[in-house]
Structure formats: structure tokens, C-alpha cells
Design a protein. Sequence first.
Length: 577
Amino acid sequence: MRYSKFFIPSLKEDPKEAVLKSHKLLLRAGFVRQLSGGIYTYLPLGFKSLKKLEDIIRQEMNLAGAVELSMPFVQPLDIWRQSGRDEDYGKELLRFKDRQDRDFCLAPTYEEVITDLVKRNIKSYKELPLTLYQIHLKFRDEMRPRFGLMRAKEFIMKDAYSFDADDAGLDKSYKAMRKAYENIFKRLGFSFKFIKAEAGEIGGSYSEELMVFSEYGEDTIVLCDNCGYSASIDDANSVSDYHGPLESCRQPKMTKLFTPDKKSVEDVSAYLKVDKTCFAKTIIYETEIGFVAGIVRGDREINEHKLKKAAGVKNLFLAKEADVERVTGAPCGFAGPFGLNDVRLIVIDEEINNSEYWITGANEKDAHMANVKPERDFMPDVVANIRSVQTGDKCVRCSGSLSVKNAIELGHIFKLGDKYSSILDAKFLDEKGEFKFFVMGCYGIGVGRTLQTLIEVFSDESGINLPVSVSPFTVAVVSLNTGDEGIVGLSEKIYSELKSFGMDILYDDRKLSAGVKLKDIDLIGIPFKIVIGNRTIKDKKYELSIKNGNIKEVYGNLESLYKRVIELSKVEGFFEP
RNA sequence: CGGGACGUAGCGCAGCUCGGUAGCGCACUUGCUUCGGGAGCAAGGGGUCGCUGGUUCAAAUCCAGUCGUCCCGACCA
């Protein structure tokens, strides 16, 4: 492909709407453009990369025995009314009417359609198991689309659905998909892990999320360095073996401490010269049952998800400052667990209950209280694990050391059981001639999100650095001086010869200065680059640059250059020096 | 949906406090020179200042509303 004939609107400067590195690069390298919030055009370059990524997914799905199809993006709302998810999905389901005034929606997912399809066409256990998949659009009217393709309203997803005669069959289908996912993400070069998850909107009995580690991931997960235990920060537990504040900060009896203007644990700890672990901090939340106080150690954070569960509430958010003042009788920053007005529940973390001698707010301006003991000085209603795991905590399984990492969820696999088949009355005849509901599983990969995550994880200061298998082009030929016949002639020759070997090649024939062209190639991140300039002609040597590792190789003749390029193009991930 | 910020040329921004001729860099067009890491000189083109209304002799600038984009929170691939 000639650069001059391709459409690559690259940007020199960071667009202001992007925050994330990968989002900036997607825009700068001319991979995508936003049409409206959460709605994107894939430009030729991004589209080419996307297709390569899809092919990898397709290969592994096919290998696992899944069969590809394509379902309608526009769906009659009736089918959603039947499954009851019309209401469940709420505003995320974008609805509209056709000219006959019938209700339709844009597909946020495809369980209804696939279940209906299989119900109408599969009658016997002899036709099972069956796994169908598609790579296709979904639309969810997200309340807040953000970070480019990471959370878009319209997005591309690979979704697969398995149909089995019984649970044992489902286990097999599930395992096959799980293995396919492992293959896909290994081929892409990701460092990843499956994490058990709560099923959410899709529902079902068991599900795992495929998480890829990345500093900027929106999800937080906990890993054990020793036994491999892993869980979402909302589910993860750590050993509670804390035996209370240090000797040095224990007071023999309840003592009021003067702490002028010191509100945060940080400030009070510095002011009193007492370790943060000696504090019990009291946070007031507003919920549908009234105010709830959550108490954890001073150096800890409350996990609101856990607190919700422990308190048995659905909605929970930090109380407004005015409410905190009313409830505690003191300005924000001096809350303690005793003498609270109008608090329905006091929930304390296990660690707090394990011990005494706590320093807490005194519910009085500019004062804290030492030697506060649960059950003597205040009555906890619930004792539970409501703290977030921190790096260094002990693993509940093996007492190894836990670490907390950010990750991006790229896949989610579910055992659905008969959730949809029973609602939609999808049955087949088993060997005994009895009707049974299909036992289903469903398996998703966010394809657009995966592309962006590849860029997030694999990029350097100069630009994108994708694995060879998903880079939009494998090799670039850059003609530095388009005014020189010798250079142009040689560039054309190399371009057409490499093309004849079936190489996916971008030939930069633009009449621009050398710097601009080289920067663009680096930004797009083409793994291998052949630069033709005066030097090439003068020295009769051919230079091949490898982006990963910033390596330059020089060849004395075209045959050996071609041989090397062909060899390199077969690398699946990155060329490793 | 709650909280915050921003909308001025294709892109990135200044101008707005204190109302009076719309500006800078990059990009673009033409010519000449240059040609291994975002070239130089010369000449040029391009903006209803997001939109609507109000105040005013006069609005990019002040006021109100509205739309859009982004960030933080509750949800998710």
C-alpha cells in the first residue's frame, strides 16, 4: 500500500479530549475518530489492525469448535419483553420505533436472539453440543462513555453461546472456551489472569473475568504471590491477625486529646506522633435505611462494596458534610463511634473488634479520644470484613503476601445454566424422549477494548508498538528523498518485490521531509522499517530497523534483506533481540 | 443522574478580568531552495468566536438558557 493513497490522518499534538496514553495514540496515529460521545469510526489503519485481531480470535474460536454466525444488531423489543430484560436493562437499552410504530432496540447483547434461534431449529440431543459465535456490534447507552474504545457506547464484541444437554456438557464447553481465551491472550502477548466474578446483569451460576494487568486499568484485583489466589478487590479477603495499637500509643483510660484543626488520620497521626495503625476511623454513609457508620483502622480504606453487603443495603454513598456534622455533633474530621445521633447501624471491621486502645475522633471540634474499646465504649451492630486489601496483607489461603494490581477486563465467561432457555421456553428432546431446557454458557471478548489495551500495554515514547500479528502493516519502506530518481527507483523496486512475496507493506512515497515520514512510521508502530536514502545508494547497503528493541540491521544485498524480512514477518508477537 | 472544567481557523492555544479592527504556532496553497529524524525563504487562503436570547450605540468579552466535549462518582466487555 502506498502511504500517499492510504488515509492516515496522523496528529502531531495530543488531542485534548484524550487522557489515557492509548486513547491519545489511537487518535494521533490515525486509528480512530470520534463521531459522538462513545461512538467511533475505525479509520483504515485501525480497521486493518482490528481485522487482524479478529482473525486471531476467529482462529482460536474455530479451533475450539465454535461456529461463526451473525445476528441482527436491530432487534424487536418483544423478545426482550419475553425474557424480562426489557426492564432490567433500563436506560442502557436504546429503544426506538419503526414506521409501523413497532418497538425496536439496538442489541446490547444477544442471549435472547441466539436462544430463540436455537429453540426454533434444534430439537434433539443428537444435535448437541453446539457453540455459536459472532464478532459484531453491540450498543449500550452508557451513562458515561470514556477513555476512547475502553468504554464506548457502540462497541465490537466477540460473543459466543454454548448449548448443551446437561451440566457435564456445559462444563466441557466452558472449559473449551476458557482454553481458547488463554490461547488468544497468550498469542497477543498479554499478561493476564481469570478472576471469579459476580454474574451481574447477564446472570447465571458461575463466571470468570479475564483480566489483563495494566497500570491504568479501571479494575483492581488482589493476587497472592505464593499460592496464586486471586480475586477482585471487592471480594478479596486477607488474614485478620492484627492485635491492636502499638504499646507506645496505648492509654490506660479514655483520654481526650487536643488536636486543633487536625482532621485527617494523616494529620492527627503526624501531630500526635502516633502510628496510623493506632487509629480507628469512622466514616458516615447515607443509605436507604438511614445513616450507617463504617469503622476501619486508620491506615485502611473502607471497601464500600463489602460495607454494602455487611449492612444489607443497596445504595450507599458518603454522607454530606452537613449530615456528618449533625450525626456526630462535630465538624467533619472528628467523628468517633460513640454517641452518634440517628445512625441506624455501626459496622466495624474485624480488625477493630480484635483489639482495644483505639484512638478515634471525639465527636467534638479539635479533639480525639484515646483508649476507645468496642462493646465497652460503643456497641457495634455488625462485625465484618469491610476493609480493602492492601499490598503486603496476608493471604487467607496460604499466608503468603498479597499484592494489589490494576487490570482491565477484556473477557468474561459465564455458565448460564437454563436461565434463558427456561424463560424463553427453549427445549430439546433427550434420549428418554423427555423435554429439557438447553444448558447454556456465554463467552465475551471486548474486541475494541482489546485493541486499545494492546496499545496501552505495548507502546513507547515514539508511538505504538503492536505485536507483529496485529500491527496494521508488517513492514514499511520509507523513501527519504522523493526528488532523487535513484532513491525513488530503488524504493519502488523494493516495494514491488516485497509485495510480490505477499508481504503486508506500507510504502511511504509522500513528498515530505525525512523527519516527518520517519516520525509517522514510528507513531503508527510498524514493526519493521526499511529506509532508503542517499546513504543507501552511496554505501550500497540496506538498512532494516526493528521497532521493538530499537535495533538496526544492515544487509549488503537485496536477497538477504528480503530473506530476513520474510523471516521476521512470521514472528507472532514481538521480535525478541 | 450528582459534582467540576472547557467550547475562538483542520489541530493545539492566546484574547474574555477591564465590551470598540479576531490573533499565535503547526497544518494547508503557490514558487524557489533543501533532502537520514517533525527544513528555509517569499507570497497567500481559511474563523456566523458552539447555539439561542438578553443588556448595550457597540458583545468572542457581561447576563440567562441551551447543546456538545472531557474529568470525578454509582455501572460494565
